[in-house]
Write a protein that binds this ligand. Structure first.
Ligand code: BDR
Ligand code: CA
Length: 321
């Protein structure tokens, strides 16, 4: 934890199987005060991922969660989704309840701006989808930058990609937004594929989840099995990487990840490399470091945090069978 207080947090996401775990960890952990869940088109169209966020909150008993919808396309107007990984709904694999958690009347950027204005302490933004909403906020309300503690995002890679050979999905889906965020001058933490590919849902993780018992873990298990199936089919990975909650775990407990400070830029023009993050680990460009890049995960610590969160929610008010 940053200090002994709760970290006020906005989670901007595109649920998405792994975003779902990010929401649950942020909502359950006592070190985080989850001010809002905001959504952005990414794994599915905006309507679908927003409904998914509301369904997940409903299932987990997170009735008071503020959910607000944001951008339905990238800054340049592209709409890219990932049905090959997350299915048609963005969250295929198990039935979810009808959402009872309401959708805010205001859009995501307006809601985040208001929360920044109202919070007694600077707010951390966790972004686990394309960075469209965050970039729009920074452009629309530069006066609020001092109200942002830091931006911790899942995206990018210091090595290879998962959407093109060098580009990771969240950055590739809106490279211009990622570029704006990387240049914004605020403290940034990048949890890219380097570290999230160490957050694997192994058979042991499935078993620990199942053994919690009840509707929430059973539903999460079904969804995670779907995700494991698509990862196996598309990437030949025997255990799927559960990317997004790594960003939340890094906020809760900085010792979960090992970071190095480095200059990071996004390739916007390359014929084969658009959307790739160029991470200068050896300082060869001489550019100033702008990002803490997470490279190693303490996966034992990570899964303990994640599964404890599921247990807490299961005990505290998640829907039961
Ligand atoms: C990222 O892309 C999405 O499919 C996941 O939710 C994650 O945020 C991984 O590249
Ligand atoms: Ca995501």
């Amino acid at each position: 934890m940053i200090d002994s207080f709760c970290v006020p947090l906005v989670l901007d996401c595109d649920p998405g199987h792994d975003d779902m775990f990010a929401i649950l960890l942020a909502a359950a952990h006592p070190g985080i005060d989850l001010l809002a869940v905001t959504t952005v088109a990414g794994n599915g169209p905006l309507d679908a991922v927003t409904e998914n966020a509301r369904r997940i909150c409903t299932l987990a008993g997170l009735d008071g969660t503020v959910v607000a919808a944001g951008a339905d396309r990238a800054l340049l107007g592209d709409r890219r989704t990932a049905p090959n990984i997350h299915g048609k709904t963005g969250l295929d694999g198990a039935p979810l309840p009808e959402p009872t958690v309401p959708l805010a009347d205001e859009d995501a950027v307006t809601v985040i701006a208001r929360l920044l204005e109202e919070s007694e302490r600077p707010v951390t933004i966790a972004a686990t989808g394309p960075l469209t909403n965050v970039a729009t906020l920074l452009e629309r309300r530069p006066d609020l930058k001092p109200r942002i503690e830091r931006i911790v995002f899942m995206g990018g890679s210091a090595g290879r990609g998962n959407t093109t050979p060098l580009a990771e999905f969240n950055v590739h889906t809106d490279p211009e937004a990622a570029d704006r965020v990387l240049r914004c001058g605020l403290p940034l933490v990048m949890c890219g594929l380097d570290v999230t590919h160490q957050a694997l849902a192994t058979p042991e993780v499935f078993e620990r989840l199942r053994s919690i018992g009840g509707l929430l873990p059973a539903t999460l298990g079904g969804l995670l099995r779907f995700f494991a199936g698509t990862y196996e089919k598309v990437y030949g990975m025997p255990a799927p990487p559960v990317h997004d909650p790594v960003a939340i775990a890094a906020i809760i407990d900085p010792d979960v990840v090992r970071c190095v400070e480095a200059p990071v830029a996004v390739e916007l023009a390359g014929e084969h490399t658009r959307g790739a993050t160029v991470v200068d680990l050896h300082g060869v460009t001489g550019a100033p470091a702008n990002v803490q890049v997470a490279l190693e995960l303490d996966s034992g610590r990570f899964w303990d945090l994640m599964l404890d969160a599921v247990r807490v929610l299961s005990d505290q008010g998640a829907l039961s069978d």
